[in-house]
Design a protein around this ligand. Structure first.
Ligand code: F58
Length: 835
């Protein structure tokens, strides 16, 4: 093949030109997929394109590995049970800076680029915000050139696929690996063994030292699969290392030879269940043995892997904390505290005190929840059966910790009970948040309010013990995926108006501010939002068969379905509007399209009933001619990263209506705001900071504050005290069977729950919410005012880039300097190889 002009021949395989891409694409179609165009499917084309991109990633990956090895750099290890990555292809093209030319190359080959992008099955290895945050963080770490590894689990089945059947959520298995995954590389040479169960015994080693031996009940092998994570337009490619569980031997041959075929494969089947499936619960932990095994499996494999890296780099284990900063993404990996102690003390024979010092200097812990039911606690007996040695280690950590508490808080017995790593009130539990707090040098919340509530409520005793450990790190999201990739029209307009620097430095968006007063710019802004709405309307038509009007206000609530997030507050308000229209056909109501999306945990019956109610209301409202198309309700099935990328650019109103004090931060709220949607929201999580940034006049605030919520509850909340005539009508309409073909019982669990308990204060906030929605409609009708507000939301969203968040973690917690990477050519690599 003839080399491209000005391109050294040896870099043909990784050149970024359009022509080089076309050649690579066709080569891969032949030699990787084994197809020629007449036989190729769209998926073959996607795989061929992905492999072409992958070659470019690998060049950066090798260059990065070389730079890090040479520098012996300090490395951030982000431990997370979930990484909700979303599709890689488009994002990698954006980060390589070649999106436009690859689109052109594919078009010139007579193929539809968007169809190819749609072939990618998204790796849904997370439930929601926590998993998506991990994905945004590793994007920002690479963009900021900070050496880092994401460690997690390669679930064979990610978050279930949601279908809506007769208005109900149905779960389908997510077979994301069905057609193979071109973005990962298997590294069998770095597999490690992980032990589980069994018992411990004492013995004397060859130096007569008393030591502990863990005799496991079973052993699994963790096999790493690596995915390169590109920085934005730099040469960095960090690693996401996910572990798959396998059996140590494919067959137990002694059993096999005895003719017990079933028994022989049982061990293999059991081993593989460890990384089989993601637990689909959000904000509700389930005390299942398999989940604890999953957590320990990936944590142990990762720590062993880090020790291998230390060995390769000839670093002594005593310097573990200098080489690695480990961030615990909630308590799911908190067992790492005990596991590192075990590895250092039992396996590497370090004295307890020294091992503890290393451990505490290694870990830091991020909390993501204020809901008591989401704080992980493991029944002691279950814990002991899976991790007998770790339980002993935790007892020892606890004994030493409580000694410290006794001295600090002389005579305060109840404090000891509250702080203990073991909950002894009734059935005994291991408290994972306490283990994380004791074993970490820093503890952080994910928004200002959340961090304050941690200090003064959930983790109050730890704050009193170690105030210096606590800090806030408000979440952020990556503008690469959530703006540049998903909103190309807006990206072009911003490029024309203020250049592209904002993609890497989101604060630059502030340059837009003066343009809010420029009528021509406002016009273009509106055109872009309108075009995005038209595109989204076509998608809704295709998916739901519902025609929605792009002139109506697109009012969106997409997130996991949970009572505290209050999708039911939203739908009650929709019913109120419907009732107003039916009672007065001439009522002057701003036409709106209410868009909902989100998954419910499969066993969370009330959340599933909320989905059913939304769909039932949609069925009635959407076909009632009396409403005259002024109201439309859409439940978008299977809300995930891909669908998020479709909906945020088209949204005009962002519903962030959780009960104040319940949503730790939220990150969807940020994605909406940076794409120009206005927020209707409570004083909760990061809403408070969004409002502060964009200005109170550009935010629709309603509802009780966290403090008022607490007071209301303390006084003894009675939902009926907040009943209004309109709310009464709404509840009666539901209970009359109007939305359920006359079935007066279908939604009873929901309505009775609200009337008699209402734990999340839906009734208390209903009036304030309805009133605020009137303000929204009024503002929307003043087209210039609304556009101004929208522009200012984008202009002032700079704070909510995950780059800012990562800079803060880097400065206050990790202290891992960036290491710029020089791109090695194939020639460089070959020369190095020969030496
Ligand atoms: C979320 N937590 C918070 N947990 O709810 C949200 O406010 C915050 O913005 C986000 O974390 C990132 O900080 C969350 O998503 C889970 O999904 C867990 C999954 C595993 C079981 C327990 C909940």
């Amino acid at each position: 093949m003839k080399p491209v002009e000005n391109e050294p021949y040896e870099d043909e395989r990784t050149a970024l030109t359009k022509e080089a891409f076309k050649r690579a694409f066709l080569d891969n179609l032949f030699y990787v997929q084994g197809k020629f165009p007449a036989l190729a499917t769209q998926n073959d084309y996607y795989q061929a394109l992905a492999c072409a991109v992958r070659d470019r990633l690998l060049q950066r990956w090798i260059s990065t590995a070389a730079a890090y090895t040479k520098q012996g750099s300090r490395t951030v290890a982000y431990f997370s049970a979930e990484f909700l990555m979303g599709p890689h292809l488009g994002n990698n093209l954006i980060n390589l800076g070649i999106y436009a030319q690859v689109r052109e190359a594919i078009a010139e080959l007579g193929l539809d680029f968007d169809t190819l992008l749609r072939q990618e099955e998204e790796p849904g290895l997370g439930n929601g915000g926590l998993g998506r945050l991990a994905a945004c963080f590793i994007d920002s770490l690479a963009t900021l050139e900070i050496p880092s590894l994401g460690y997690g689990i390669r679930y064979e089945f990610g978050i279930f696929h949601q279908e809506i059947v007769d208005g109900w959520q149905m779960e389908r298995t997510d077979k994301w690996l069905r057609f193979g995954n071109p973005w990962e590389i298997l590294r069998p040479e770095w597999a490690v063994e992980v032990r589980l169960g069994g018992h411990t015994e004492q013995y004397r080693d060859e130096h007569e030292r008393l030591r502990i031996r863990w005799v496991p009940g079973k052993v699994v092998v963790g096999v790493p699969y690596d995915t390169p994570i590109l920085g934005y337009r730099n040469n960095t490619a960090n690693t996401l290392r996910l572990w798959k569980a396998e059996a140590p031997e494919s067959f137990d041959f002694s059993t096999f030879n005895r003719g017990d075929y079933g028994g022989a494969v049982r061990q293999k089947v059991w081993s593989e269940t460890l990384s089989k499936v993601l637990y689909p619960n959000d904000e509700q932990i389930q005390g299942k043995t398999l989940r604890l095994e999953q957590q320990y499996f990936f944590v142990s494999a990762s720590l062993q892997d880090m020790m291998r890296i230390m060995r390769v780099q000839k670093l002594p284990l005593e310097r573990f904390h200098e080489k690695f900063a480990v961030q615990l993404n909630d308590t799911h990996p908190a067992i790492a505290v005990a596991e590192l102690m075990r590895l250092l003390v039992d396996e590497h024979v370090l004295p307890w005190e020294q091992a503890w010092d290393i451990t505490c200097k290694t870990f830091s812990y991020t909390n993501h929840t204020l809901l008591p039911e989401a704080l992980e606690c493991w029944p002691l007996e279950l814990f002991k059966s899976v991790l007998p040695r770790h339980l002993d280690i935790i007892y020892e950590i606890n004994a030493r910790f409580l000694d410290e508490v006794r001295i600090r808080f002389y005579g305060d017995e109840s404090r000891l009970v509250r702080l203990s790593l073991i909950d002894e009130n009734g059935e005994r539990y291991v408290r994972m948040a306490h283990l994380a707090c004791v074993g970490s040098h820093t503890i952080n919340g994910v928004a200002e309010l959340h961090s304050e509530l941690l200090k003064h409520d959930v983790l109050k005793d730890f704050y009193e013990m170690w105030p210096h450990k606590f800090s806030n790190k408000t979440n952020g999201v990556t503008p690469r995926r959530w703006m540049a990739l998903s909103n190309p029209r807006l990206t072009n307009l911003l490029g024309d108006a203020i250049g592209d620097a904002w993609i890497k430095n989101l604060d630059e968006l502030i340059e837009l501010e003066p343009l809010a007063d420029d009528a021509a710019f406002r016009q273009r802004w509106r055109e872009i939002k309108h075009a995005n709405k038209v595109e989204f309307a076509a998608f809704v038509k295709e998916r739901n068969g519902i025609a929605i009007d792009p002139q109506s206000l697109f009012d969106v609530q997409v997130k996991r379905i949970h009572e505290y997030k209050r999708q039911h507050l939203n739908i009650l308000h929709v019913i109120a509007l419907y009732h107003r229209l039916r009672s007065d056909p001439n009522a002057d109501i701003q036409p709106r399209t209410f868009i909902f999306g989100g998954k419910a945990a499969p066993a969370y019956h009330l959340a599933k009933l909320i989905i059913k109610l939304i769909n039932s209301v949609a069925d009635v409202v959407n076909r009632d001619p009396a409403v005259n198309d002024r109201l439309k309700v859409v439940f978008l099935p299977n809300f995930n990263v891909t669908n998020g990328q479709r909906v945020y650019p088209a949204a005009e109103l962002s519903e962030q209506i959780s009960t104040a004090g319940k949503e730790a931060s939220g990150t969807g709220n940020m994605k909406f705001s940076m794409n120009g949607a206005l927020t209707i929201g409570t004083m909760d999580g990061a809403n408070i900071e969004i409002r502060q940034e964009v200005g109170a006049e550009n935010f629709f605030l309603f509802g009780l504050t966290a403090e008022q919520v607490a007071q209301t509850k303390a006084r003894g909340y009675r939902p009926l005290d907040h009943m209004t005539p309109e709310l009464q009508e709404v509840i009666s309409l539901i209970n009359s069977g109007f939305f359920s073909r006359g079935d007066t019982e279908l939604f009873r669990a929901l309505t009775d729950g609200l009337l008699w308990h209402d734990p999340y204060l839906v009734f208390a906030d209903f009036e304030s919410y309805s009133e605020c929605q009137l303000q929204v409609s009024k503002a929307y009708r003043d087209v210039d005012r609304w556009t101004r507000m929208s522009i200012l939301n984008t202009a002032r969203s700079g704070k909510f880039s995950s780059d800012r968040t990562i800079r803060e973690y880097g400065a206050d917690i990790w202290r891992a300097p960036s290491v710029p990477v020089r791109l090695l050519s194939q020639q460089d690599v070959k020369v190095g190889f020969m030496q």
